[in-house]
Design a protein around this ligand. Structure first.
Ligand code: ZN
Length: 78
């Protein structure tokens, strides 16, 4: 019964498409950050405001990462 199978398949696919479309609408265009700092030995909670901006580290770790990036970035601060 290939026809019946196709119908089921089409129905399932339609449901998946529908679910995906709804899921996409519920997800903000910009990816959210993490609920907790990505630094393994930190795990500090990240505030909602920063998380919505896509933050993946707590303020302390982000500052440290910025400092390190500044130190290793060629041509910076010279
Ligand atoms: Zn941290």
């Amino acid at each position: 019964m290939p026809d019946a199978m196709d119908a089921v398949q089409a129905d399932v696919q339609a449901r998946i498409d529908d679910a995906l479309a709804r899921h996409r609408l519920s997800v903000p265009a910009r990816r959210e950050g993490l609920s907790h700092c990505e630094v393994l030995d930190c795990g500090e909670e990240i505030e909602d405001a920063r998380r919505r901006l896509g933050a993946r580290r707590c303020t302390d770790c982000q500052r440290e990462a910025d400092i390190r990036a500044g130190q290793f970035a060629p041509g910076r601060g010279r």
